[in-house]
Design a protein around this ligand. Structure first.
Ligand code: ZN
Length: 269
């Protein structure tokens, strides 16, 4: 089992970009999108942390160490459990306005009560209810974080969740959150696919203007190139052709469909 010092894997990817990786399958084997990638962008006077992870071990001391006195902005790319449970450690967290209500109150983790993983004891100690950050700041499309010599712009890309955002830096990184990554892909109900495709188109359009962008997804492999976006776009479009192959996946209240490059979990709720 992990302990404090080995739970997070930290790597300096660029002078101004750290990746803090956390495995989420240790919480329940049903989650297979390891690792979760949290990104820390360092400007000259401020830093931006994308997501706060599973809340199992202290994250803030690690971040404080890396930012060497810079002002810190903390942001949730969306409010699924694996991205927000460390919020409590930080005083103030930014999130898209569509999901601010979810992270403004204690987060109910009771769906993990029957997990076979020992680490879940840590959640049990908190009665499967994880406190929120004290201050939640709502943001919307176009919001910009000025970190000093680097700015980071918020792009609202609903679909995976109503308040999912991606982030574009002035240095050419596009953080795609859970909107696009290679792995198990979580989608809303089928009637919301047009919204998912519209968000992916929005990202593809950004690529058309700025050809050498690098993609940094919140799970699994990074950096990726534009193929990730087109693969996912085409894969989701193709779901209607393989709809009959769907299987019930109770844990997620979803339909599971195995595509060529992605495994889809499509909400039934
Ligand atoms: Zn996730």
């Amino acid at each position: 089992m992990s302990n404090d010092s080995q739970h997070f894997e930290i790597s300096k990817h660029k002078d101004y970009l750290y990746v803090i990786k956390e495995n989420i399958s240790i919480v329940h084997p049903v989650y297979r999108n390891d690792p979760l990638n949290m990104y820390l962008v360092l400007g000259s006077h401020s830093a931006l942390l994308l997501d706060t992870g599973c809340g199992l071990y202290p994250l803030k001391p690690i971040v404080d160490d890396l930012i060497s006195g810079r002002k810190l902005f903390v942001l949730n790319t969306h409010t699924h459990w694996d991205h927000i449970l460390g919020n409590e450690e930080f005083g103030e967290v930014y999130v898209h306005k569509n999901e601010a209500n979810i992270v403004s109150k204690p987060y109910d983790l009771s769906f993990l009560i029957d997990s076979p993983c020992e680490i879940v004891k840590k959640y049990k100690e908190k009665n499967f209810s994880i406190p929120p950050a004290k201050i939640i700041k709502k943001i919307k499309d176009g919001h910009e974080f000025d970190l000093g010599e680097i700015s980071v712009k918020v792009i609202h890309t609903p679909g995976h969740s109503p308040g999912s955002i991606c982030l574009l830096t002035s240095r050419g990184e596009l953080f795609t959150s859970d909107v696009a990554y290679y792995g198990d892909t979580f989608l809303p109900k089928r009637n919301k696919f047009p919204q998912v495709l519209k968000s992916l188109s929005k990202l593809i359009e950004i690529f058309e203007k700025q050809k050498n962008l690098e993609l940094y997804p919140s799970h699994q492999k990074y950096p990726c190139d534009k193929t990730l976006l087109t693969d996912l776009y085409n894969g989701i479009k193709n779901i209607e052709n393989i709809w009959d192959t769907k299987k019930l996946f109770d844990f997620f209240d979803a339909w599971q469909i195995d595509g060529e490059k992605f495994r889809y979990f499509i909400s039934r709720m």
